[in-house]
Design a protein around this ligand. Structure first.
Ligand code: GLU
Length: 485
């Protein structure tokens, strides 16, 4: 049963960037919250001081903002359950750890790193699973007090009883059971006074009234420890949902080595946020039909945890590219215009003036032929400058003896036209071909090469109309001079 107003959180550790796996976790939490009229919360889990990265939190927030996953509570937003940065909640974790110590559910451990590694070596030699041997559990109250007084470094550990079954229900994986014998007496407070992930995560999920924990499968093996902690504290457990692993096409775990994993990288490469979000949503979820194209609102409507798969989801970049093209095509021309202008500003045509009317014509001609905004420029540079070079293969195939003279003749014909539209160019070309006694193809192909430098692209007369009469004539003349066979 879903409580009336679920509260879910995305709880990343700031590692420097938002991983696509993190984006998927954030997205599923967001979709679940919105679908159930609940709240989506951002909590930063920054208690591992060795992994601190300057600017990481800002990067994460910027990436979430870019993709449009707005959270109701978070470090930069506030809320009734803050602070939302774990490093600002250290006293809270200490207090709860002490509570468990008082109830003998946790204990001080003063073992030195040397002793711990000796124990581990010994266990490994005997073929046992390395585990803390509960050495400090038998310290007397006096011994503990003495050591604390002398500032002997310590950690606080969970006291996990052997031979227990720890079972819980996972929405995605069904019943899950762990044997307590394989679980180490987990450190809750580290020697630097910071909590471990496990303690901070459980305390915060409880205090922040989180109802559903939706996170990656890599956390499944931590969940029995969390379940025990909830029991130790006597707290109600949230519902757990562990999302399937993300895999490379060779079914290995998604890694940097086989492609980009940072959301920022995809943004920099020109992917649309709508396409990326759509793609990531399909990594482990479908609505039960064959539909693949989704806008965010529709996903919110259709999403359910019950339809998340448990088998790993393969990250298929071709599908992302396809979705990018689909989303791009659905954009209104005005939006494409503003994106194209931004793209021109970072291209070699920066500073060159093109009117909105002109660019809208380019968009209309190229819309069905591009998958990325930058392809408007890469695939049809001839809309932004006259060709400097001409494709050699096309020359070989299409440029014949007499082509130069023919297109000059056509240029002459064009120069007599008054404000020509597309059809006027076509009529003039057909007439010229007739007058020259050649097939229209003998003109069309050389003209295309002359004005664009290449052999393919949108309709020739569209190109001529867009670049205009003067530019067309000048390009024809230039090509007649430059192209040699
Ligand atoms: N801080 C963990 C992470 O980086 C959170 C895992 C969880 O959601 O419990 O993903």
């Amino acid at each position: 049963m879903i409580s009336e107003h679920p509260r879910v959180r995305f709880a990343p550790s700031p590692t420097g960037y938002l991983h696509v796996g993190g984006l998927r976790t954030a997205l599923y939490n967001y979709l679940f919250a919105k679908n159930n009229n609940g709240k989506f919360i951002l909590r930063i889990e920054d208690t591992d001081r060795n992994r601190y990265v300057e600017g990481a939190v800002e990067n994460l927030i910027a990436a979430l903002k870019w993709v449009g996953l707005e959270y109701e509570e978070g470090p930069d937003k506030g809320g009734n359950y803050g602070p939302y940065m774990q490093s600002e909640r250290l006293d809270i974790y200490k207090k709860y750890a002490q509570e468990l110590v008082a109830q003998k559910k946790a204990y001080y451990c003063f073992c030195t790193p040397e002793r711990l590694s000796q124990v581990r070596d010994e266990q490994q030699k005997q073929g046992l699973q390395p585990k803390y041997d509960k050495h400090c559990l038998s310290l007397s109250a006096e011994e503990i007090e003495e050591k604390l007084k002398n500032n002997v470094p310590y950690v606080i550990r969970m006291n996990i009883e052997p031979d227990m079954k720890i079972a819980f229900e996972d929405v995605i994986r069904g019943s899950v059971e762990f044997d307590s014998n394989i679980i180490d007496d987990q450190v809750l407070i580290k020697s630097d006074g910071y909590p471990t992930y496990h303690l901070a995560n459980v305390v915060d999920d409880h205090l922040m009234k989180i109802t559903h924990v939706i996170r990656g499968e890599e956390w499944l093996s931590s969940t029995p420890k969390h379940v025990l902690l909830y029991d130790f504290f006597g707290w109600e457990k949230p519902v757990f949902a562990h999302l399937p692993l993300l895999l490379n096409p060779d079914r290995s775990k998604l890694s940097k080595r086989q492609g980009d994993v940072a959301v920022e990288d995809y943004r920099a490469k020109g992917y649309l946020k709508d396409a990326l979000v759509n793609f990531v949503a399909l990594l482990g979820w479908n609505a039960g039909d064959d539909k693949e194209y989704y806008e965010l609102e529709e996903m919110v409507e259709k999403f359910s945890l019950e339809r998340v798969n448990k088998s790993g989801a393969v990250f298929n970049i071709e599908k992302l590219n396809w979705l990018n093209a689909e989303h791009l095509r659905k954009k209104p021309d005005e939006e494409l215009l503003s994106m194209l202008k931004d793209e021109l500003e970072v291209s070699k045509y920066k500073g060159k003036i093109f009117s909105d009317k002109y660019l809208l014509l380019v968009i209309e001609a190229m819309k069905e032929r591009v998958s990325f905004v930058k392809e408007y420029i890469e695939k049809s540079p001839y809309f932004f400058e006259a060709p400097e070079e001409y494709d050699q293969d096309v020359i070989k195939k299409r440029w014949k003896e007499g082509s130069a003279e023919n297109i000059l003749k056509l240029a002459e014909k064009f120069s007599a036209l008054q404000d020509p539209v597309k059809e006027d160019y076509e009529t003039a070309l057909r007439q010229t071909a007739e007058e020259l006694g050649i097939g229209t193809g003998k003109l069309i192909h050389p003209v295309r090469l002359a004005v664009s430098g290449v052999g393919g692209g949108p309709g020739l007369f569209d190109i001529l109309y867009i670049i205009g009469k003067d530019e067309t004539i000048s390009r024809l003349k230039r090509a007649a001079e430059k192209i040699k066979i």
